[in-house]
Design a protein around this ligand. Structure first.
Ligand code: ADP
Ligand code: MG
Length: 534
């Protein structure tokens, strides 16, 4: 019996324990339930947050896309605005000015006194010089340090079409030594610049002109220490003919006695250009490993004759790589270098004076003061379509020079040219043939006079005719007067069939100007040149 009581007591204890355990478990279940509810809540909240996050991400993506679209639209609008402005400027005859800021050089980026940028590029058409000299500048295009040769050419190639259409086109680069002028105009082998790209474009355009016969030729000169040098004159030429800058009666500048090379294709043209470059004066300076010490002028003449109508257009495409504006302290040159620098500075300041006078609308412009200004007479205030590149360094070290160059360029933007298409009708070509025949007669008369001891008298007579004609130079004559028109085109063709150096009597061309429709005078080529047929 006692055993049974003990058994029951034990069972009762066990039961109590089990109950306690059960209560504990129930509590745990209760707690787990609560936790499960909370987890469910949290899961719900998480789902909400995730949904919201996705919503936000979508909205963000949408906003980004919208932003990209608007930026793209803005860029396109700005491009259009630029195009329209440029066309407007062209119509007004304004010289176009592009600014290009080069990247930091290795030397600049490693030197703490030079590695700070002195310009801010605001957009595709404006930039500011920072710091003490703070100033905003607007140009027709502004290219930053990351700009590619292709982008620069893209905005320039329209001018190649103009030259093919019969306009005088001049592209020139201005800026301090080492600012990127030569890189822009010539480029490097890996990164060709405007000249090789334009040559390629010119041949591409000509290739499509099936109804035209196109004759191409070129000359290349440099102005070194105030003297004109013919870079295409065959090496070893003993009696170097005296080069003279002349201006035709239509205002077009040309060089008397310069070597004119006929061109037969793209490779040939590039080879001629490179041969000429080989003769250019360069020098190592502190600013540049190979600084150009001369102004370089490369001109391609494009004579296109319509096979059906016989009408001729006479275009000229010139590239001018100016020598750098110098501070001898920075470039660190010797005595010879100083003489070069003086000549460069003299010509650039003469150019600056001409630019200022033109910008102020002065009546008398001192083109004759310097060879460079004489050579650029038709490009500044003349009949050319002209594009100036102002090249700048980005470094604070060159802040002053950059500011000076930009001020110079600002004045160029004020200049107005009067671009005209040089077109020559068949009538004028016939007249020119007659003049050529008369010239041959004069040549044989000269021979006769010499034989009969009358050479001096004839020379006197011709000199007086020449003097008469020189007095007309620079003036624009808009009438066709075949009697006594003096030859302005005395450039030497490389292989003239007649062996004649120049046309003394001269040739006339009636030019129809695209802007005014007025006829004017245009010199023509003196000798036969190789034809480039499409
Ligand atoms: N936009 C550019 N991008 C890359 N390198 C450039 C650029 N402009 C100039 N350079 C480099 O800077 C150096 C000086 O340029 P360069 O054209 O010779 O100057 P400049 O003719 O004005 O004296 C050269 O080594 C050239 O290759
Ligand atoms: Mg150079």
């Amino acid at each position: 019996m006692q055993d049974r009581v003990a058994e029951i007591a034990k069972l009762q204890v066990e039961l109590a324990n089990q109950k306690a355990e059960e209560e504990k478990l129930l509590k745990k279940v209760e707690q787990l339930k609560k936790e499960a509810d909370r987890a469910a809540d949290l899961a719900e909240q998480l789902a909400d947050v995730t949904a919201k996050k996705d919503e936000l991400l979508n909205a963000n993506e949408f906003q980004q896309k919208e932003l990209d679209r608007i930026s793209e639209q803005f860029r396109a609008e700005q491009g259009k605005r630029k195009e329209i402005l440029n066309e407007l400027e062209d119509l007004k005859g304004k010289i176009r000015v592009y600014c290009r800021v080069r990247p930091f050089s290795k030397n600049e980026s490693e030197d703490p006194t030079k590695q700070k940028m002195c310009v801010d590029i605001n957009d595709e058409m404006s930039l500011s010089v920072k710091g003490r000299l703070h100033q905003n500048y607007n140009f027709d295009s502004v290219f930053g340090p990351d700009s590619t040769q292709d982008q620069v050419f893209h905005e320039t190639k329209r001018l190649v079409q103009s030259a093919v259409d019969g306009y005088n086109v001049c592209v020139f680069a201005y800026g301090q030594t080492g600012s990127g002028k030569t890189f822009t105009i010539q480029g490097t082998e890996e990164n060709p610049g405007l000249t090789p790209r334009s040559i390629e474009e010119m041949y591409r355009l000509i290739g499509n002109m099936r109804q035209y016969d196109v004759e191409l030729s070129c000359y290349m000169v440099e102005i070194y220490k105030g003297e004109l040098r013919d870079l295409l004159l065959p090496k070893g030429t003993k009696d170097k003919p005296k080069l003279e800058v002349k201006q035709g009666q239509n205002g077009q500048v040309h060089i008397k006695n310069v070597t004119v090379k006929p061109l037969s294709g793209e490779a040939d043209t590039t080879a001629v250009f490179e041969t000429g470059l080989g003769g250019r004066q360069v020098r190592k300076t502190l600013m540049n490993d190979e600084s150009s010490r001369s102004h370089l002028i490369f001109s391609i003449m494009i004579d296109a004759t319509n096979k059906l109508t016989g009408k001729k257009s006479l275009g000229k495409l010139s590239f001018i790589d100016l020598a750098g504006s110098e501070s001898s302290k920075k470039t660190g040159t010797d005595k010879e270098g100083q003489a070069e620098a003086n000549a460069i500075n003299q010509s650039l300041s003469a150019l600056g004076n001409v630019i200022s006078a033109l910008a102020e609308g002065a009546k008398f412009i001192r083109y004759k003061e310097n060879l460079l200004t004489r050579l650029m007479q038709d490009s500044l205030g003349g009949n050319s379509k002209t594009l100036m590149f102002v090249n700048c360094s980005p470094s604070v070290y060159n802040e002053m020079e950059t500011k000076n160059s930009l001020e110079y360029a600002k004045r160029v933007k004020e200049i107005k040219n009067n671009p005209m298409q040089n077109l020559e009708s068949k009538v004028i070509q016939t007249a020119n043939k007659k003049i050529d025949a008369q010239q041959m007669m004069i040549d044989s008369l000269k021979g006769l006079a010499q034989d009969n001891g009358l050479g001096d008298k004839l020379a006197e007579l011709l000199a007086s005719l020449e003097k008469n004609d020189d007095e007309h130079e620079g003036g624009t004559v808009f009438s066709l007067n075949l009697d006594g028109v003096k030859g302005e085109d005395s450039q030497i063709r490389e292989k003239p069939a007649t062996g004649r150096k120049s046309n003394e009597l001269g040739r006339a061309s009636a030019l129809k100007t695209e802007t005014s429709g007025r006829p004017s005078m245009k010199p023509s080529q003196s000798g036969p040149i190789k034809q480039f047929k499409k």
